[in-house]
Design a protein around this ligand. Sequence first.
Ligand code: PMP
Length: 317
Amino acid sequence: MAQTKYAFFEGQIVPIERAKVSIMTHAFNYGTGCFEGIRAYWNNEEEELYLLKMREHYQRLHRSCHILLISLSYEVDTLCDITLELLRKEGFRQDTYIRPLAYKSAEEISVRLHDLEDGFAIFATPFGKYIESEEGAKVGVSSWRRISDNAIPARAKITGSYINSALIKTDIVMKGFDEAIVLTQDGHISEGSAENLFIVREGKLITSPITEDILEGITRAALMELARNELGIEVVERRIDRSELYVAEEAFFCGTGVQIAAIASIDHRTVGTGEIGPIVRRLRDLYFEIARGKNKKYAPWVTPVYAGARRKKLAAT
Ligand code: PMP
């Protein structure tokens, strides 16, 4: 975090040292906040930083806030403008992660969601890989189960619910795996600890439906679109049994943090050949090309950070 100099906090961009909350903050005590994770990709040839699917992330943040009764006073367009301003001030020339947070800022001892003051903040930090072995992760199914929609809704990206993700991740890493898959309460495949999951069977891409206590992933939706439209592959959303993981031709995680990570084995069973499979490879190549602003057809998926500012400067001179 050493490279982060600023934050958007209490309505303005301030030095990061000033973006502090009290230990009495409701969200700190009860996990009553929601957040986003957005990536921006550095394109060296163009000397440009591209934000990927920024609007979709802020639309999801609004939905998370709606579920948690957090009033987020900024529209999606304003949130995008604030993010651009913050990034231009930071001036990062490398891959970056942006973390917006909406939370119950009231300093009050009371477990509830209604009638509490809300806060909003954003910070950004340079960020590389989320898991080291993205070309072939060794994965295990966690003994923890995913929290169900009737307990803490997974479709909202709620700070407190990441205790579930943390239990899952630590359980599996301490057992010697790289990453975890988690089951729903009734034993079907939900997703990864903090990423969505796809498997390939008979050449079709299969993923759990949004009713299986998953986060409605933005990368997941993007890859479904690319698989159908660019690779001509059929994509099926249906329940997945645990043992289907063992006989899949390919399997991979996807998400803003993890990007696209091929799975080499699950519960000590090799997936496919154990090498990165052809469908994962093609999707991965296409995804990174788009994310770095190198694919003009998908230019609407990315927002350049510096070009707008440069244009403004030129117009002013
Ligand atoms: N599931 C969970 C639990 C996550 O935390 C994430 C990361 N945000 C994802 C899936 C992937 O979602 P997205 O592609 O929108 O980043």
